[in-house]
Ligand binder design. Structure first.
Ligand SMILES: *Cc1c(COP(=O)(O)O)cnc(C)c1O
Length: 441
């Protein structure tokens, strides 16, 4: 083994016992990595680790092993585990009030809406004279996407004048926008779709990254183009540099809303507050989620101008938990972390370092491809050397958490609060895991 292997974070057992143990009597917690048949539906295939605690970029399992978290809850943990500012905000709010429903206002609802639109409003398309940026609070990402779809359709009928019942939305191959029946209706991933039909009509799939294909798919029924700025689940696919500017032009020319799903790409991950800023593009609607809740509670939102969001009137859309006091307290603290630009700058600087390290692994023949931007990368392993799952298991054994996407691709999305020595530990573990997989074949 190379010298690097010594720098690998140790997955040392401090309290471990070899045999799978029964749940802890006091806490009911299950042992790490054991098989737990029974009461939990099998809609996930997790790596064999059972997390007990987390702090910053690290988690500790029930046996006391420490792991560097390079998945960060699919970017829901951009600020790491239990960021003090977020935990303080949540704890303080738990002592005040946690839910009012939208039947009544509470004292953090308007402050959260104001601060979020101050941050993100300047990054969305200006609605013209008299229009102001607005937001709709929801909970999960899928709900934000559903909300954007509903707004776009209603805007299409009421403002654009699309014939009743005919609104269409253009979406990209390889998209991931969530798991509701309407959203999986326009997925092209069989795993996400099969068995869940009949599907919601009104969506047109075109190749991702091809602006001409979007232009060709637009007609008088088209209300929106809905795309991820960078496709996360697909393996961190960054489109050509002229893609988003071209989408903006096409949408302007054809009177169509440009909707950017920034649920994974937004809030610092790519080195900017929104990934769309990378190309100086202002979408009409932005969906936010994941990191907006700081990994504490689910918080999502749609942000856009009042000339579009104005189609929502009392009773036409809503959510029992959307904009609840606890969510607003955490969301406000998240906005506070982003207002300084510090985390965006970290993602840029550490991202440059990450991509330089990954490029070396390609040069050494250990990886076949690397994509990404900011502190975010999709890496491809030679399928002959193993699957993404094999690599994740090899990383797990070296004290690093990561997750495969499809086939032999894994995604790296370290928390933006990671420090450079820890990132280097993770990269050394990756190199060591890849070297072992290469040697094993
Ligand atoms: C995760 C994700 C969603 C769905 O978010 P949930 O909170 O899981 O519903 C939607 N869009 C994108 C781009 C995502 O990455």
């Amino acid at each position: 083994m190379s010298a690097q292997s010594q720098a690998v974070p140790a997955a040392a057992t401090t309290t471990g016992s070899a045999a799978p143990a029964a749940p802890d009597r006091a806490t009911g917690a299950t042992p790490s990595g054991g098989a737990h048949p029974g009461s939990l539906a099998h809609n996930y295939h997790p790596l064999p680790v059972t997390v007990a605690t987390g702090e910053g970029a690290w988690v500790t399992d029930v046996d006391g092993r420490r792991y560097l978290d390079l998945l960060a809850g699919y970017s829901a943990l951009n600020f790491g585990h239990r960021h003090p500012a977020l935990i303080d905000a949540a704890t303080e709010q738990l002592g005040r009030v946690t839910l009012t429903s939208r039947a009544f206002d509470h004292d953090l609802l308007h402050p959260f809406a104001d601060r979020l639109t101050q941050l993100v409003g300047p990054l969305v398309q200006d609605g013209g004279p008299g229009a102001v940026p607005m937001m709709v609070p929801m909970n999960t990402g899928a709900e934000a996407v559903e909300t954007a779809i509903k707004i776009a359709r209603k805007w299409g009928y009421e403002v654009k004048g699309v014939p009743a019942g005919r609104a269409s939305i253009v979406v990209g191959h390889g998209n991931f926008h969530g798991r509701t029946t309407t959203i999986v209706s326009f997925s092209d991933d069989p795993d996400a779709r099969d068995g869940y039909d009949p599907f919601t009509p009104g969506f047109r799939l075109v190749p991702y990254g091809d602006a001409q294909a979007v232009a060709d798919a637009i007609d008088e029924t088209t209300v929106a183009v809905l795309m991820e700025p960078v496709q996360g689940e697909s393996g961190v696919v960054v489109p050509p540099d002229d893609y988003w500017p071209a989408l903006r032009r096409v949408c302007d020319e054809r009177g169509v809303l440009l909707v950017a799903d920034e649920i994974q790409s937004g809030l610092g991950r790519t080195g900017t507050t929104l990934a769309c800023e990378l190309w100086d593009v202002k979408p009409d609607l932005v969906t936010l989620g994941k990191a907006l809740g700081g990994g504490v509670v689910p918080v999502s939102a749609v942000v856009g101008s009042s000339d579009v969001l104005g189609v929502l009137t009392p009773g036409t859309h809503g959510s029992t938990f959307g904009g609840n006091p606890l969510a607003c307290a955490v969301g406000l603290a998240v906005v506070g972390l982003l207002e300084t630009g510090e985390h965006q700058a970290r993602a840029r600087d550490l991202g440059t370092h990450l991509h330089a390290r990954l490029a070396r692994l390609v040069d050494e023949g250990l990886l076949t491809g690397v994509r990404g931007v900011g502190l975010w990368a999709g890496i491809d392993l030679d399928p002959a050397r193993g699957t993404g799952r094999d690599l994740c298991e090899a990383l797990l054994a070296r004290g690093v958490l990561a997750k495969d996407t499809h086939g032999s691709t894994i995604r790296l999305a370290p928390p933006l609060v990671i420090d450079r020595p820890d990132l280097d530990l993770g990269m050394a573990a990756l190199r060591d895991a890849l070297t072992q997989l290469a040697a094993d074949r």
